[in-house]
Design a protein. Structure first.
Length: 965
RNA sequence: GGGCGGUUAGCUCAGCGGUAGAGCACUACGUUGACAUCGUAGUGGCCACUGGUUCGAUCCCAGUACCGCCCACCA
């Protein structure tokens, strides 16, 4: 049965993928070979960055998983006991968003109407669907993870259907155990803190989930009048100390980009060094629109050179103000509800403000009481924060408390100045925080949350990278890692969501905390008191932070944990170094006191061909399945490998993928040619190369050895691009372009048998070496050619070495191919018809050249389309060729254009002259000879001699041409 | 504001002390015993700019410009 011209990726991939799964290729230790003395096989383990179950995989996942699969296949073929742990992440907030969108799109009842339990049931169903799809996408990519070990970060949580992750360890129990242990060790605490609040999801989020985006905003200036009608002398000076403004004021001017928060101000702060306000520090000002007074306090925070130098302090709604308020022990009045609207709860304003006045006057209070006071005047209650902003501005302006300022205008024609008074509203670019998922403006909000006291667990994570116990690649990643961890903030881990691990904490009526793995245990602690469970769930990253040990069955001391942990390599996007990598480091070290991985490889973001971020709104999202449908998985994988240089962004260009699809076809057809010539007949797959006597055969064996060495070195250094490049150049540039062509005449000669053996071996090695990158086509070729004892995926990685390289054969092949290229080039430029066979005259030839010619005559003649070679002088009307040790002439009287030949030779001559000039220049520089290393000087000398020899031959040829004119 | 990275052929990128490489694109030719998803031969580059170190710099150092990315509390 003859081979088809092309590899049929569509049908073959599905068949091969199914076969790999049937034979449990990915199962831990599938190829594990013990060493010579029966010792334990070396292990190699990687953890997939678990894809979020909120959607489908994009090209970034394909890229990431290709690299993992290349490493895993490589190590498996090396005989290492290999584990690729696969699974998915429940993706807390992201999944909740996806489910809400689906509910909205299908017109179902909303989350709130459904209630927590029904919503969770729906979410589990959603997860089953997306998880199935994601895993099937990964299978189509050809990855050989251990499919019996699909883990899930919420496995074992209440409501778990177990569908899609039947064998996952109970991740929920592990997460809960870690929480309880950390709580008991004082590493997790609860507190009322200012956190980033997402008004859409109505939950706290961590700092990392906030994106600061520059938007066009405004800054308003308001007057806060001094209490009791007091006044003071306001003096403003310029940089040189000259007075530029002096006036009596009864107010202090404050600036704000968020006017609505003034309703919750606790003070106005000025810098203690600010001479303008020294006289009024400690005095009270009247808060506009509100029926209360607040003090002017001194604090280092305000910058006297910015704005008016006075800052309103709203402790409950601004991170800076929060710090000031804490320092000054100011009450922090929360103004908004969970949806970001001005509070409508609590007692009437009159009642609240009366109590606030008492508190300000020193009446004892509690955080809870302050939080219960609603200091939003009735007029604004229930208004959205943005509507309230406009209302506040309008109302302050109406009572004349918007600052007007002196503005200078210069008449461009007369040059005269005149003063105007304008209400001051500055247009100002402001950095506004947005939720990375919800895309709504984040509100700093004073709420009760759970925190990991990261400062207490950060040090081992820093030390592990400092000491090299874990290596981060590229190295710049380590700097990023250090910078973040050295400035780490407490990690807010509680989320007011439904989808996630519910926090294992119960409260009694007095609010006392009982943290325990189960309610029964909590109840045991609480005695007869009735308990209520904390409704919050954990940040999704808290559980994915435990991915390495959780997937291996911790806290049980499983065999896998003993064998595969710490894992070998983590391959993940540089964008989640803080979210995930740093937290895994901290968590694993805190829980099991070991680093989670030896090496971290960080890669960039995959973008489209133009370098644009792929996004749904731009419509430039590429679905990896579409690419696989069009070009095959191997082409996508090869493109991924070839793009994977360390660092930077990666642009995915379909033209490039098409090129690698073509590469697969090229390999396929080379094998087809070999098959047609029966090279695999009676062939047994062999580890050692066959003996070779023909130069071309000796040469290609050496090239194969070089390629193996390059691929090994590249993969060892995580240079997937170099590995792909070496293989591409070898298979296309060496095997197909030259060796297959050489083999054609060799098959007709005395070396036919040897050539068949060599070709079979070389192509076998090509399949093996390419297999980690292009597994499908190579597996198919492996099955199509020869008798194979094992699947290619189970075949041993070769061990032959560079002894196979024969420098003499290399040199001779380079000479022969160089000569062929010279002849072909001359023929083309002289417009010699392709089909015309030519005779060639050896004008001069050294003994070495004669021997080289003799050994490769049949190859050269065929590839250069030369009929005969004889000795003699160059006749009139011939093309001249000069190569090492020989000069040739090809008589073409009547065929060639003398002028054109002259141009051709002159062009070569120019190039040579320039080169010789450079070489001579260097040699003639006395400093070069004395300072440069000897071998460099020698190289230049040898080079110069060779070039001058060539030049001499060319000169002769040119002179002859001139005679003919 | 701080940090990190980039600037090499028309495009996408390698190279990183010895006078430049690949793929794609482009041009010409081509049904040569596998391959037109191909072959052969070509075209195309003051390696961003300015200094410095060196016998020698695309490569090392300093500065400039432009472009990215990350982090950050200027009200």
């Amino acid at each position: 049965m003859p081979m088809e011209k092309n590899f049929d990726a569509k049908t073959a991939e599905a068949r091969i993928s199914a076969m790999w799964q049937d034979r449990k290729v990915g199962a831990a230790g599938a190829n594990a070979r013990a060493g010579a003395n029966g010792e334990k096989p070396e292990t190699f383990s990687v953890m997939i960055p678990p894809p979020n179950v909120n959607g489908s995989l994009h090209v970034g996942h394909a890229f990431n998983n290709t690299m993992q699969d290349i490493l895993v296949r490589w190590h498996r073929m090396l005989g290492h006991d290999t584990l690729w742990q696969i699974g998915t992440d429940h993706a807390g907030i992201a999944l909740q968003l996806a489910v809400e969108k689906e509910l909205a799109a299908t017109g179902s009842t909303s989350r709130r109407d459904m209630g927590r339990e029904a919503f969770l049931g729906y979410a589990w169903g959603y997860k089953e669907r997306t998880s199935d799809h994601i895993l099937s996408q990964l299978k189509r990519l050809g990855i050989t993870a251990d499919w019996d070990r699909v883990a899930f970060t919420m496995a074992g949580a209440p409501g778990d259907t177990r569908k899609g992750h039947e064998n996952s360890p109970n991740f929920h129990d592990a997460v809960i155990k870690v929480f309880v242990d950390m709580y008991n060790k004082g590493l997790i605490y609860r507190g009322k803190r200012l956190v980033n609040w997402d008004p859409h999801f109505e939950t706290a989020i961590s700092d990392l989930e906030v994106e600061n985006i520059e938007v066009a905003g405004h800054m308003w200036h308001f007057k806060y009048r001094l209490a009791g009608g007091e006044t003071y002398e306001y003096v403003e000076k310029d940089e040189d100390g000259a007075v530029i403004l002096r006036e009596t004021r009864d107010y202090i001017s404050i600036a704000t980009t968020r006017p609505e928060t003034m309703l919750g101000d606790g003070a106005v702060a000025v810098n203690p060094s600010d001479a303008r306000y020294g006289a009024i520090v400690g005095k009270m000002v009247h808060l506009p629109l509100c029926d209360r007074l607040i003090p002017i306090i001194a604090d280092e925070y305000p910058d006297p050179t910015f704005g008016s130098g006075a800052v309103k302090i709203t402790g409950a709604h601004d991170f800076n103000d929060y710090q000031v308020a804490k320092r000054a022990d100011l009450p922090m009045y929360r103004l908004m509800d969970t949806r970001g609207a001005m509070r409508a709860d609590g007692a009437p304003y009159e009642v609240c403000v009366a109590r606030a006045r008492e508190i300000a006057a020193g009446s004892p209070t509690t955080i809870e009481e302050v939080d219960s006071l609603n200091l939003v005047p009735e007029k604004y209650r229930g208004m959205d924060r943005f509507a309230a902003r406009l209302a506040v501005i309008e109302d302050i302006n109406a009572i004349g408390l918007c600052v007007s300022t002196l503005m200078t205008e210069i008449d461009p024609e007369t040059g005269s100045e005149h003063l105007t008074r304008e209400p001051l509203v500055e247009a100002k670019k402001i950095m506004q925080p947005f939720g990375d998922r919800s895309k709504v403006v984040i509100e700093p909000m004073l709420t009760d949350q759970w925190f990991v006291d990261t400062a207490k667990i950060v040090e081992p994570a820093l030390e592990a990278v400092r000491s090299g116990a874990t290596k981060i690649m590229p190295e710049s990643g380590e700097k990023t890692y250090f910078h973040w961890l050295e400035n780490i903030e407490p990690w807010c881990i509680s989320r007011q969501l439904w989808w996630g691990h519910q926090i294992p904490v119960w409260y009694d009526d007095a609010g006392k905390i009982y943290c325990a793995a189960t309610k029964a245990e909590a109840q045991a602690q609480a005695g007869g008191r009735s308990l209520t469970r904390d409704p919050d769930v954990l940040d999704t990253w808290f559980s994915s932070g435990l991915w390495p040990i959780g997937t291996l069955g911790w806290p049980d001391q499983t065999d896998e944990l003993a064998k595969y942990f710490p894992t070998s390599t983590l391959i993940t996007g540089a964008d989640i170094i803080f979210f995930w990598v740093a937290r895994m480091m901290m968590m694993q070290l805190a829980v099991v006191d070991q680093v989670p991985f030896r090496t971290v490889y960080l890669h960039g973001l995959v973008r489209d061909a133009k370098g644009k971020k792929m996004s749904k709104s731009l419509g430039n999202v590429i679905d990896p399945l579409d690419i696989i449908d069009e070009f095959g998985a191997d082409a996508l994988r090869f493109a991924n490998a070839a793009m994977a240089s360390l660092g930077g962004t990666l642009k995915l260009d379909t033209a490039r993928i098409a090129g690698y699809r073509n590469f697969g076809t090229k390999l396929w057809n080379a094998c087809r040619f070999a098959e047609m010539n029966g090279v695999w007949e009676g062939h047994t797959t062999r580890a050692t190369p066959p003996d070779a006597t023909a130069t071309a055969n000796i040469w290609i064996l050496g090239e194969t050895a070089k390629t193996l060495a390059e691929v090994n070195a590249a993969l060892d250094a995580y240079r997937f691009d170099n590995a792909a490049d070496a293989l591409y150049k070898f298979v296309w540039g060496k095997v197909c372009d030259w060796y297959v062509e050489f083999a054609k005449p060799l098959f007709d000669g005395p070396d036919a048998d040897e050539t068949r053996k060599v070709m079979a071996w070389v192509l076998d090695q090509s399949m093996i070496l390419l297999h980690p990158i292009m597994p499908f086509i190579t597996e198919e070729l492996w099955a199509t050619t020869g008798q194979r004892a094992k699947l290619l995926v189970h075949t041993d990685w070769p061990e032959f070495n560079l002894d196979l390289v024969n420098p003499a054969a290399d040199h001779e092949m380079n000479w022969a191919t160089g000569l062929i290229e010279e002849i072909r080039s001359a023929r083309t430029q002289m417009h010699v018809p392709v089909g015309l066979k030519l005779d060639m005259i050896a004008v001069s030839m050294t003994q070495t050249a004669r021997e080289a010619w003799a050994r490769n005559e049949v190859l050269i003649k065929r590839l250069a389309r030369i009929d005969t070679l004889r000795d003699g002088a160059a006749p009139k009307g011939a093309i001249s060729l000069a190569v090492e040790g020989a000069s040739f002439a090809i008589p073409l009287e009547g065929v060639i254009d003398i002028a054109e030949e002259k141009v051709r030779l002159s062009k070569s001559m120019d190039k040579l002259t320039k080169e010789i000039g450079g070489l001579k220049g260097r040699l003639n520089n006395p400093n070069f000879a004395t300072s440069a290393p000897e071998e460099v000087v020698e190289e230049v000398r040898v080079n110069l001699i060779a070039r001058e020899e060539e030049a001499a031959k060319l000169r002769t040829a040119l002179a002859r041409l001139s005679e003919m004119e």
